[in-house]
Design a protein around this ligand. Structure first.
Ligand SMILES: [Zn+2]
Length: 96
């Protein structure tokens, strides 16, 4: 939705919903360094993201991550991080 990256959320119900898409899912608890983070309002896209919309420009603008608040084009907050070097896994929870 916001281009290449690692998608993370502070919304546990969103994480478990994604995990439940799989027969045996796991939710990872993470410590994330957002670095230089862009706050983006994606409500102008109304779900019609393209390769050229502004939602994907955070990388070329030099940001380490992008945060889209709940209600600004997403139902629940969305965060995307540039590199796995910004993330430490601190826990695992199997969802079944
Ligand atoms: Zn967009």
């Amino acid at each position: 939705m916001f281009g290449p990256g690692i998608y993370v959320t502070r919304d546990y119900s969103k994480a478990t919903a994604f995990a439940r898409h799989h027969r045996k899912g796991t939710v990872l608890t993470l410590a994330v360094d957002m670095g230089k983070c862009k706050t983006h309002d994606a409500s102008g896209c109304s779900g019609g993201h393209t390769w050229f919309c502004s939602c994907r420009k955070w990388r070329e603008e030099g940001y380490d991550s992008q945060y889209v608040p709940r209600g600004e084009g997403v139902l629940r907050e969305e965060n995307v991080v540039r590199s796995n070097e910004q993330i430490i896994v601190t826990g695992l929870t199997d969802i079944s």
